[in-house]
Design a protein around this ligand. Structure first.
Ligand code: NAI
Ligand code: 15L
Length: 307
């Protein structure tokens, strides 16, 4: 029995959640059809599907032909027509609570990439990222969605120095309004697990682009293949509760320790080393440049806006 999204046990995508009051944790139970597959609708929602990572995952998370799985892709931007019978396209502003409620209807799991992905004035961040992620979890609660993979960011810990080594338990030190919104998203994830049993894997993504653009990204780079494997493991691993994992490839000078997320069984395969000569041909970065000091790099020095 394979999961068309992950090649792993399909059961993890369609859990029925039961509260174990003695342990005060939610445990997962699975119901199966006569064909051995898990019952219930089989629909994965991908938000932010028009963005850089959304375009990658739209293709890579597409269900295999011949299955009855569906991928529902959504964005505030145009996504074009559905790419086949396995795909549904829903244009939706995450800040619109009613629209987001309808967006979650019938979904089993969500990969939540949608929102503003850079530092911007708080008024913009609040709508797409704070209200938007709240609307997403409310929709998930109302429609019985059991699993969210949340695109958090390294900017929740951006004010740590590059000389420090961090695990998932460190105090968050957001480096701007954007980082604060991702920090709020992680808190929402924890709350909706503790209160409602909705499981989340929060991915503190480093820099996921075709290649690292600068020296800082030699540490933070996450290849698209490693990202895809991380998302697949996050969807299919049972009993994740709220797991926080850093998303970086197996780079030489990685700053992050993922021992607390070992249960995801994710091991990055790629490394930024193959780009070192190209990146180091760039002019050197001054020692007092935030890009050389802080894990969040230039984000630590952006804003405030409009003063
Ligand atoms: P992106 O900016 O290319 O894509 C974000 C998408 O969200 C866009 O298509 C945009 O139209 C959509 N969006 C914005 N506001 C929206 C709203 N109100 N309603 C619905 N959709 C809205 O960003 P990218 O690079 O694809 O990143 C995806 C996610 O991963 C983002 O949440 C970002 O914060 C996070 N992330 C990405 C990293 C990277 O290196 N690419 C690093 C860390 C986090
Ligand atoms: C992020 O969170 C952003 O979404 C992305 O555009 C990059 O800036 C990345 O972090 C980074 O830190 O390199």
């Amino acid at each position: 029995m394979t999961n068309p999204w992950a090649g792993e046990s399909i059961g993890a995508l369609y859990p029925l959640c039961e509260l174990n009051s003695e342990l005060n944790v939610y445990s997962m139970a699975f119901s199966t059809n006569s064909d051995g597959l898990t019952a219930g609708p089989r629909r994965l929602l991908l938000t932010g599907a028009a963005g850089g990572l959304g375009r990658v995952l739209r293709e890579r998370l597409a269900p295999a032909a011949g299955t009855d799985r569906l991928l529902r892709v959504s964005d505030i931007a145009d996504l074009g027509a559905p790419r086949g019978p396995h795909e549904e396209v829903v244009r939706c502003d995450l800040a619109d609570k009613q629209a987001v409620d309808a967006l979650l209807d019938g979904c089993d799991a969500v990969v939540h990439l949608g929102g503003i992905s850079v530092e911007r004035p708080f008024e913009e961040i609040i709508e797409a990222n704070i209200r938007g992620t709240f609307n997403l979890y409310e929709g998930a609660r109302r429609h019985g969605v059991r699993r969210v993979v949340f695109a958090s960011s390294n900017h929740v810990i951006g004010f740590y120095k590059q000389t420090e080594r961090l695990d998932a338990a460190v105090l968050r030190r957001p480096d701007g309004y954007y980082g604060l919104s991702k920090s709020f998203g992680e808190d929402l994830a924890q709350f909706y697990f503790d209160r409602h049993g909705i499981e989340t894997v929060s991915l503190r993504i480093g820099s996921s682009f075709p290649e690292p653009a600068n020296r800082r990204m030699m540490s933070t780079w996450l290849s698209f293949d490693d990202l895809t494997a991380l998302v697949e493991q996050s969807l299919s691993t049972p009993d994740v509760g709220h797991t926080v994992v850093y998303g970086a490839s197996a780079n030489r000078d990685v700053w992050w320790d993922n021992h607390a997320a070992a249960h995801l069984g994710w091991t990055p395969r790629d490394t930024s080393e193959i780009f070192r000569d190209k990146v180091e041909a760039q002019p050197p970065v001054a020692p007092n440049d935030p890009n050389a000091i802080y894990q969040g790099g230039a984000f630590t020095a952006q804003g405030p806006f409009g003063d």
